[in-house]
Design a protein around this ligand. Structure first.
Ligand code: GCO
Ligand code: MG
Length: 409
C-alpha cells in the first residue's frame, strides 16, 4: 500500500484550524490536526511546501519510521511549527491504520484502561456572583471538575475570563485569539493577582463545598518565588492542580516552587517533545503532563512521554482548548483511554460550526469523555463545509505591566 496524496486545508469556522488529509492508493484516508493558534499558516506552508511530497509513495503502515524520518531528516529539531506538522502526519497514519484494522485507535494502543475519561471545564467570572453562575452552568453540563479563572480588581483584561468568551458570541468556543492584524494588548499586576486569587478560592469552597476538584491556570505569569507563595496560599483550598505557574522554559525554577508547596503542578502545554519533559519528570517537579497531541508530534510521542511519566507516578492532563481541533482532541482521547496513568482531560467544547466541519464519534456523558468506537480516530472532515469558512487572521493577546514592560500573558 502507498500514500498517493497529502493535502492541507485551512478553515475558520469561528476559529482557524489546519488539517492534513492523507490518501492511500486503496482509497483509505486519514486526517491529522496541525493547528498552531496565531501561526497557522506557517504550519500549513511547512506541510505543503516541505512535507507533502516526501510522503508520496511511502507505506502508510510505517508510522514510527515516518515519524523518525520527518524528525531526523529535517536536521533542525523541535519547535512548534515542525512538531505540529509531524503531529498531523502521525495522527493521519494512526487514523489510516485504525480504519484498515477496523478498530478505534485506542485498541491499537493496548485497549481501554477505563470506561471513560473524566474532564474539566472552564468556569470564570468578572466577579464572584458571575463566577458562581459559571460554576453552576458547568455542573449542569455534567462537569465534575472545574477550572476557576477570575477577573482581578484593578486589572482591565485577564486571560481566561468569560468576558472574552462571551464577546465571541459562542459561549463554549472560547477563543483568546482576536481576529485582526495586531494582537490585543492586556494589562497585568502580579501583586494584585496574588492578593485576590486566594479570596476567590475561599469563596468558591464556601459555596460549593470541599468535594469538587478545582483547578487554576497561572498562564506563565509568575516568577518561581511568586508561584511558591501562591501555591502555599492556595493549599487550604485543596486544588487538583495549579497550571503553568511559571514560564516553562525555566525548569530549574520549579525546584524552588516544589520546596515550598504541596499544591500539585501541571506544566507543558507549550512543550513540543518528550525531551522537554526529561528534567521535569525525572526530578518529579510536576504532577501532570500538559502536552497536547497536536503540538507534541502526535499520538506516538504522547504515548511515549506518558509511559516515561508512569514510572514516577505522574499523570496526564492533556491540553484541550478549542485551538486543538476535534481531530487532535480525539487523538489524545485515544491515548488517554489506553494509558494506565490517565489523570484528567481539559474539555472546552467546540462550536456548532466547528462540529459541522469535523463530524465526530466522541461522546461526553455525565462528565466523562469517550473517543467512540468508529475505526481510526473517529473524526470525518467535511471538505465542502470547510470551504465555506476561509482562514481569518487572528493573534493571541499580549500583556504589558503598568510601566509598559511586556509581560507573559
Ligand atoms: C489552556 C491554555 C489555553 C491557551 C491557548 C493559546 O490551559 O487551555 O492556557 O487557553 O491560552 O491554547 O492558544
Ligand atoms: Mg493553560
Amino acid at each position: 500500500m502507498k500514500i498517493i496524496a497529502a493535502e492541507v486545508f485551512v478553515t475558520s469556522p469561528t476559529r482557524n484550524f489546519v488539517t492534513l488529509r492523507i490518501t492511500t492508493d486503496e482509497g483509505v484516508t486519514g486526517i491529522g490536526d496541525a493547528t498552531l493558534n496565531g501561526r497557522e499558516l506557517a504550519v500549513a506552508a511547512y506541510l505543503r511546501e516541505h512535507v507533502a511530497q516526501l510522503l508520496i509513495g511511502k507505506d502508510p503502515h510505517r508510522i514510527e519510521d515516518t515519524w523518525q524520518f520527518l524528525y531526523r531528516s529535517a536536521y533542525w529539531r523541535r519547535g512548534p511549527v515542525t512538531m505540529a506538522a509531524i503531529a498531523a502526519v502521525d495522527m493521519a497514519l494512526w487514523d489510516i491504520k485504525g480504519k484498515l484494522a477496523g478498530m478505534p485507535v485506542y485498541q491499537l494502543l493496548g485497549g481501554a484502561s477505563r470506561n471513560g475519561l473524566r474532564a474539566y471545564g472552564h468556569a470564570s467570572g468578572s466577579d464572584i456572583e458571575s463566577l458562581f453562575d459559571s460554576v453552576r452552568e458547568h455542573l449542569e453540563l455534567g462537569y465534575k471538575s472545574i477550572r476557576i479563572q477570575t477577573a482581578v480588581p484593578g486589572i482591565k483584561a485577564v486571560y481566561g475570563v468569560a468576558a472574552q468568551a462571551q464577546a465571541s458570541g459562542e459561549r463554549y468556543d472560547y477563543e483568546p485569539a482576536g481576529r485582526g492584524a495586531f494582537p490585543q494588548e492586556e494589562d497585568w499586576d502580579t501583586r494584585a493577582y496574588l492578593r485576590h486569587l486566594p479570596t476567590v478560592f475561599e469563596a468558591v469552597r464556601n459555596e460549593f463545598g470541599p468535594e469538587i476538584p478545582l483547578l487554576h491556570d497561572g498562564h506563565h505569569r509568575m516568577t518561581p518565588i511568586q508561584a511558591a507563595k501562591l501555591g502555599k496560599a492556595l493549599e487550604p483550598y485543596d486544588l487538583f492542580w495549579l497550571e503553568d505557574c511559571t514560564p516553562a522554559e525555566n525548569q530549574e525554577g520549579l525546584r524552588l516552587v516544589r520546596q515550598h508547596t504541596t499544591t500539585p503542578l501541571a506544566i507543558g502545554e507549550i512543550f513540543n517533545t518528550v525531551w522537554d519533559y526529561q528534567t521535569l519528570i525525572k526530578e518529579q517537579l510536576i504532577d501532570y503532563v500538559r502536552a497536547a497531541s497536536t503540538h507534541f508530534g502526535g499520538i506516538s510521542p504522547l504515548k511515549k512521554v506518558m509511559d516515561f511519566a508512569a514510572q514516577y507516578q505522574i499523570k496526564s492532563g492533556f491540553h484541550g482548548p478549542t485551538d486543538i481541533s476535534p481531530v487532535g482532541f480525539a487523538a489524545q482521547l485515544h491515548v488517554g483511554l489506553a494509558i494506565h496513568n490517565y489523570g484528567i482531560q481539559e474539555y472546552m467544547q467546540h462550536s456548532a460550526r466547528t462540529n459541522e466541519v469535523f463530524e465526530q464519534s466522541m461522546t461526553f456523558v455525565d462528565g466523562y469523555l469517550h473517543p467512540g468506537n468508529n475505526p481510526g480516530i473517529g473524526v470525518e472532515f467535511n471538505e465542502e463545509a470547510a470551504k465555506t469558512y476561509p482562514y481569518q487572521q487572528a493573534y493571541l493577546p499580549y500583556n504589558r505591566l503598568v510601566d509598559g514592560t511586556v509581560h507573559d500573558w
